[in-house]
Design a protein around this ligand. Structure first.
Ligand SMILES: [Fe+2]
Ligand SMILES: [Zn+2]
Length: 361
């Protein structure tokens, strides 16, 4: 290991190759000594503005394991290469996108709740594929409350804490009829819609009504490749969504595609039934509608629709900013009762880290 100092950073050179370029302020900010951290919690205590912006080391030592920096105020910072290397590791399982030949993996309800190893497998699969099923779940109302210790607290939204979907309950949405429900995610009418949805079938004695799910990220990957200008406008153009009844009002005006700072797709918001009238005087309404037409055709194309039947005691869990759900029309020749509850992906992803660390990885 060799190093060079320039005006603002320390360059670490390994076999004549620049390995890391470490800004001085980065080094100082990441000091892990007991003065710079809160000992009990490992949280940061040091405030960056307590040093000048043009801070430079007085002296630097580099060995095979560590960087040691001596600052003008005699503070000393040690950073290990291991800690820097660790930053390259993915915290989450990689996403695997799919078409209509995908069927979610099934996990047993009791195993999922009681066995950490099973929960680790199931949650890893869930993060990768965006959908799993749980079987042998109780067929009693509100059992979705019992998933909270595994998945994190229920994300409450208006209408009901655990939502009932049947034709003889409160009808405020297409799902409360026997009509086909096209692929959608729930509560597009929230600025931050629930990021995980559980659909728990309590009773399913009707013919028809097969569940269908669509990997929205796969649809968007293909759309971006084939029609980049459509992808672009769908990620910029805000669209109004509303869900309401006499006692509840929800409304959001947000683009259909949400991107992160690296331009990766991290959210799809799609609900034909909740979408509202767009002000026709807005710029680019014409281009938006062409793009939206293309998107609707793709989302509703059978080549993306995974189809299977949810039986009583089955719970379908979907990563709701990614995977759209819907169902075929069903016949009113029996009872059908489904309950929905929502959770947050952040909690589930963090629980995976927790369960793995409890197991020792
Ligand atoms: Fe829904
Ligand atoms: Zn320190």
């Amino acid at each position: 290991m060799n190093f060079q100092l320039d005006q603002t950073s320390l360059k670490i050179i390994n076999n004549k190759k620049l390995e890391y370029e470490l800004p001085f302020l980065w080094i100082r900010d990441n000091c892990s000594c007991n003065d710079c951290r809160i000992k009990e919690t490992q949280e940061k205590r040091f405030m960056l503005n307590s040093v000048p912006a043009d801070l430079k080391p007085k002296k630097v030592d580099v060995n095979i394991k560590n960087i040691k920096v001596f600052w003008p105020d005699d503070h000393k910072t040690t950073i290990s290469f291991k800690d820097i290397e660790y930053l390259k590791e993915d915290r989450k399982p990689k996403k695997i996108l799919w078409m209509n030949d995908f069927i979610p993996s099934y996990y047993d309800w009791s195993d999922f709740l009681q066995k950490n190893d099973i929960a680790i497998d199931a949650i890893s699969e869930f993060i990768s594929m965006g959908a799993i099923c749980i079987k042998n779940a109780p067929q009693t109302p509100n059992s979705l409350e019992d998933l909270a210790p595994r998945l994190g607290p229920i994300r409450e939204v208006l209408f009901e804490r655990i939502h009932n979907v049947s034709v003889d309950g409160h009808v405020y949405n297409i799902a409360h009829t026997s009509l086909e429900v096209p692929p959608h995610n729930d509560f597009a009418s929230y600025t931050w819609p629930p990021s995980v949805q559980a659909l728990h079938m309590l009773k399913n004695d009707c013919d028809g009504g097969q569940s269908l799910i669509v990997d929205g990220f796969k649809v968007l990957q293909d759309l971006k490749r084939d029609c980049p200008e459509f992808f672009e406008i769908l990620s910029n153009f805000p669209v109004p969504f509303r869900e309401f009844d006499e006692d509840n009002e929800t409304y959001a005006n947000e683009p259909i595609i949400r991107l992160d700072s690296a331009n990766e797709t991290i959210g799809l918001r799609y609900s034909n039934q909740l979408m509202q009238m767009i002000n026709p005087q807005k710029e680019d309404v014409d281009l938006f509608y062409k793009a939206y037409h293309e998107l609707c055709g793709r989302i509703n194309n059978d080549k993306y629709k995974s189809q299977f039947r949810l039986e009583a005691g089955h719970i379908l869990l979907v990563s709701a900013h990614r995977v759209l759900h819907g169902r075929k029309e069903f016949m009113l020749n029996g009872k059908r009762h489904l309950q929905d509850a929502y959770y947050e992906m952040d909690n589930i992803e963090n629980n995976l880290v927790l369960y793995k660390s409890l197991r020792g990885n």
